[in-house]
Design a protein around this ligand. Structure first.
Ligand code: IMP
Ligand code: MG
Length: 184
């Protein structure tokens, strides 16, 4: 049987691994300046954000802590459910800390707006958002984003951590899936 490579299921490449790497370094440089001297904690929102988070953090040059959180917003479909459920919570208290939520993609904004409300109630000194991808046209709830990797059109994308039906997270760029994959 012929081998099945993930690239074969990608219709068009929106962002290459090289483009992402360049932008990630720029974001990390800015974050390193802005959080200098602060009690800085970055939160990785699992699972979509793992690739971006790991790459971003390794280019941050100041002392900092990292935390992980898993929340549910989407099932196996592609519409936001409207409320957020914590599946895995932070290990440490964020009270008085300068907190940066790191997300893979902001679509309707519903997940993030629920999450920022929930984390604000824990009294961090500051709470900001960094996202790799922003689909501004899809926004239903406004959420302030301090750092954006790329503004992208309204297309369902996969790769670099983002999935379709739990797959394609391992693709190194960000691409649009072939139509036949969706209609299977
Ligand atoms: P929101 O609540 O609509 O902003 O949903 C944000 C979440 O939906 C992200 O964290 C992703 O898990 C998922 N999501 C939104 N758009 C895409 C996409 O194009 N590809 C993969 N996941 C997506
Ligand atoms: Mg996500």
């Amino acid at each position: 049987m012929a081998r099945h490579y993930v690239e074969q299921d990608i219709d068009s490449i929106l962002l290459s691994g090289e483009q992402i790497e360049k932008r990630v370094k720029e974001l990390a440089a800015q974050i390193s300046i802005d959080y200098e001297g602060k009690d800085f904690v970055a939160i990785c929102i699992l699972r979509g954000c793992v690739m971006f988070f790991a790459d971003l953090m390794r280019h941050v040059t100041i002392p900092m802590a990292i935390e992980f959180m898993s929340i549910s917003s989407y099932g196996s479909g592609s519409e936001s459910s409207g409320s957020v459920k914590i599946k895995y919570d932070l290990e440490e208290d964020i009270r008085g800390k300068d907190v940066l939520i790191v997300e893979d993609i902001i679509d309707t904004g519903i997940t993030l707006s629920n999450l920022t409300e929930l984390l604000s109630a824990r009294h961090p000194a500051s709470l900001e958002v960094c996202c790799l991808l922003n689909k501004q046209d899809r926004r239903k709830v406004e959420v302030p984003i301090k750092y954006t990797g790329f503004d992208i059109p309204d297309e369902f994308v996969v790769g670099y951590g983002l999935d379709y039906d739990s797959k394609y997270r391992n693709y190194c760029g960000i691409g649009v899936l072939k139509r036949e994959i969706y209609s299977d």
